[in-house]
Each structure stands twice: as structure tokens, then as C-alpha cells.
Design a protein around this ligand. Structure first.
Ligand SMILES: Cc1cc2nc3c(=O)[nH]c(=O)nc-3n(C[C@H](O)[C@H](O)[C@H](O)COP(=O)(O)O)c2cc1C
Ligand SMILES: [Fe+2]
Ligand SMILES: [Fe+2]
Length: 397
């Protein structure tokens, strides 16, 4: 059964779709699945670029054999050691015992640490080093902390293809086609932002360094380890990664996140949203923190410039899900946001104090109207909630 896809002369996609896993990294829901991508470069020497998740090892080996028949894999290039890509290394070694494992010093240390494969038949490469496969030459560029310390990319000079690892990746399976020009890619954009915000989001500076480092290369195709092979949409994909890593918004609008047990804080949120709308904000994205998954909330926080958070006081603290969310925002060091906040309590308020400390810590441009209500929402604070919305809208202009 022939299902291998030749994406460029002599270069084949040999990945798999995961339509079963519930949560990537045990954390991030996969409503549209995810693909693990690997590639075969067929030359005098044969190179396999990355492997795939252990659940699909058999499929990987089968697909590689369909391309190369009885010839052996000569090189296994490892761009990234996270196990969604490295878990089939052992099987590749077992199937083609003479394969040379190619990685930088940090990679090879991890190969030994995770899989007990030591220095026999390995090749350590440094930044800018090249490897000839015969007619083609590969060049390696280290891009540390995108999003692990060992991450690197491999550039194939003849076809000008960048094998980018997780960089430029996205959630979402490949539903038939592999290259972007052969499919409708609309379904991937939101998932790309969710992938970036949650997995790479903390590493804006390393991503910026990587983009600068790779900018001299002429790139005709980006072969990432998740999602479509990018050919037609390369500028758009680079622009998304560039903006997100500079913590620049992709769209105009405000995300309003609130927690509420009995509806009092929720009513404040609805009122703030009304004020935003009155102020002219067209994109208002409201998340009940107990209903929307944090990965979706984080996606939208990365997407929009405005953020408003509301929380009741809970055991002298923030509402637990809000507390957990702001921890995730701090962890990713999200920059350059316009921020507003409000809260509620019944006997001694703590939520607003906590949100105030959070705002100071983030060094954001914070709206100077803060609403704190004791028990039910009353006319004064109703008016102030509207004003918080309107003032935020004004700042957005
Ligand atoms: C489990 C629980 C813990 C709470 N802890 C506090 C508290 O420590 N201090 C306080 O002033 N109010 C506390 N409250 C009261 C809420 O903050 C207050 O009723 C608020 O208006 C609830 O907002 P909501 O209707 O949006 O859920 C608590 C309420 C609950 C249910
Ligand atoms: Fe990764
Ligand atoms: Fe990955």
C-alpha cells in the first residue's frame, strides 16, 4: 500500500496523524488532533529527519521502507529531543544498526539520557556545520530554547528547504494533503496561535534570535514537525511567529476573563463588556474561566492587545481558576498588554489586591479604573464597570 508523499524531488513526508490522544504534553486538548512529521531525504546517502511519537513507530518504519526499500537509513538527524519526535530513535537504530545519529552536543547527551544510546555511531555537529549526502548538502543551525536547549534546524541547500523542528508548527492533523498549497489552511491559524502560546509562549526572545539567525536563508519550504509543510504561506507563518514572539497582537480586540460562582462577578463582567462595546471595541472575547480551557484563553491573550480579568475573593485569595491563569500568564512573561481588572467579595476583599499585584508585576499599561464590589452589584459600581469598559476601549485607540 503506497501512501508516502513526495513533497519535493527526493524528499518524502513520513509522519503520522494522532487522532486519539486527548491532551498533548498531558495538558493541551487536541480537538483537531496533531500530526508528528518526519521526512526522508533520498540521496547517495539517506537521511531521516526526526522521528515520531512512540504510538506510531511501526507506521514510521513502514513508510520509510516504502521510500528506500532494502537500502539502509544512513543518518538520523535529530532537530529536537522532546519525545513526540525522539521516541522512535531506538527503533530506527534497531532496524538500521549502522545509522549515524546526528545532533549537537546537547542533543547527544539527551539521546544517552533518555534512551541509553551512547557515543557509538553518532556525529556531533555545531552551529553552521554541514553534512554531504552526495548531491545534496545539509546545514545545521542551532536555535537554543525554541523551545528546548538542544533545538536546532536543518537546512537542505539544493531545494532550499528548512526542516524546522517545532518552530512554525501547529496543532491539527493533516487531512489528506501534506503541503499547504494542496489544502484549505484556514483551520490551522487558531491552532497555530494556541500551539505557540502554550508551548513556545515563554520563549519570545529565543524565537526572535532564531528568526534573525535564519533570515539570510532563502527558504522555499518549511518542514515543521507538526502541521502542514509550508510553501505558499511562508510569509504569513513567519509573520505569526514573529509577532507572537514580540508579544504583538495579531488582531484588534479585548479578552475578558472572569470567574464566578453565583453570578455576581459575572454580572460585573457583562457590564464591563457593555462598556467596551459602547467604546467601540468590536472584538470582545469573553471567557468564563471555569468553562473555557486555559489553552484557549492563553491563545486569545496572545492574539489580542486588551485583557480584562475579574475575580471573586475565595478563601482570602483569588478564585482558584483565575489564580491558576495568572500564573500561566506570568510564566510566559506576556508583554505589552492593556490591562483592566475588577473583583468582588462578601466580608474581606482579596481578589482586587491580588490582581493589583499581578498588574504591577507584569508592568502593563493598566486602566486607572478598578471596580471592587461587596456582595451584589449596585448602581455606583455598575456605572464604574461601564466606565472601566469605556476607558479600556479608549486606551485601545
Ligand atoms: C468557597 C467560597 C469562599 C469565599 N471566600 C471569601 C473570602 O475569603 N473573603 C470574602 O470576602 N468573600 C469570600 N467569599 C464570598 C465571595 O467572594 C462573594 O460572595 C462574591 O460576591 C462571589 O462572587 P460570585 O457571585 O461571582 O461567585 C467566598 C465564597 C465562597 C463560595
Ligand atoms: Fe517540542
Ligand atoms: Fe513537538
Amino acid at each position: 500500500m503506497k501512501r508516502v508523499t513526495e513533497i519535493a524531488p527526493g524528499i518524502h513526508y513520513v509522519g503520522a496523524n494522532d487522532r486519539t490522544k486527548h491532551r498533548f504534553e498531558g495538558l493541551w486538548p487536541l480537538p483537531h488532533g496533531v500530526s508528528y512529521n518526519a521526512y526522508i531525504i533520498d540521496d547517495e546517502k539517506i537521511a531521516l529527519v526526526d522521528t515520531i511519537d512512540s504510538a506510531f513507530t511501526g507506521r514510521l518504519l513502514g513508510e520509510v521502507r516504502e521510500v528506500i526499500g532494502g537500502r539502509p537509513v544512513d543518518y538520523l538527524i535529530i532537530n529536537h529531543m522532546e519525545p513526540d519526535h525522539s521516541a522512535s530513535i531506538h527503533a530506527v537504530r534497531k532496524t538500521w544498526p549502522d545509522v549515524t545519529i546526528v545532533g549537537n552536543a546537547k542533543t547527544l547527551q539527551m539521546v544517552e539520557g533518555f534512551y541509553g544510546i551512547s557515543s557509538t555511531n553518532t556525529l556531533t555537529v555545531g552551529d553552521g556545520d554541514t553534512l554531504s549526502l552526495g548531491a545534496r548538502t545539509l546545514q545545521f543551525h542551532l536555535i537554543p530554547m525554541v523551545h528546548w536547549p538542544e533545538t536546532m534546524v536543518t537546512y537542505e541547500k539544493t531545494e532550499q528547504i528548512l526542516f524546522s523542528g517545532d518552530a512554525f508548527g501547529t496543532f491539527g492533523t493533516l487531512d489528506g494533503a501534506v503541503v499547504d498549497e494542496d489544502m484549505n489552511v484556514d483551520k490551522y491559524w487558531d491552532e497555530m496561535v494556541r500551539y505557540y502560546a502554550n508551548i513556545v509562549g515563554k520563549y519570545g526572545n529565543p524565537v526572535q534570535k532564531a528568526l534573525q539567525k535564519l533570515s539570510p536563508l532563502t527558504i522555499k519550504m518549511i518542514c515543521s514537525t507538526h502541521g502542514p509543510v509550508w510553501k505558499k504561506h511562508i510569509p504569513q507563518v513567519i509573520d505569526i511567529y514573529d509577532k507572537l514572539s514580540r508579544y504583538e497582537n495579531l488582531d484588534e480586540g479585548v479578552v475578558l476573563v472572569y470567574g464566578s460562582m453565583y453570578g455576581n462577578t459575572e454580572l460585573m463582567a457583562e457590564t464591563v463588556a457593555q462598556g467596551l462595546a459602547e467604546g467601540g471595541v468590536k472584538n470582545i472575547v469573553i471567557h468564563n474561566v471555569s468553562k473555557s480551557h486555559p489553552s484557549v484563553i492563553l491563545r486569545d491573550i496572545f492574539k489580542y492587545k486588551g485583557l480584562i480579568i475579574g475575580s471573586p475573593t475565595y478563601c482570602n485569595e483569588l478564585y482558584p481558576e483565575i489564580d491558576s491563569l495568572i500564573r500561566k500568564i506570568e510564566l510566559r512573561d506576556v508583554k505589552n498588554r492593556i490591562f483592566g481588572y475588577f473583583g468582588s467579595f462578601t466580608w474581606a476583599g482579596a481578589a482586587v489586591k491580588r490582581l493589583n499585584a499581578f498588574a504591577e508585576n507584569m508592568k502593563w499599561d493598566t486602566v486607572d479604573i478598578v471596580v471592587e464590589e461587596k456582595q451584589g452589584l449596585k448602581p455606583d459600581n455598575y456605572a464604574l464597570c461601564l466606565e472601566l469598559g469605556r476607558k479600556t476601549a479608549q486606551k485601545m485607540k
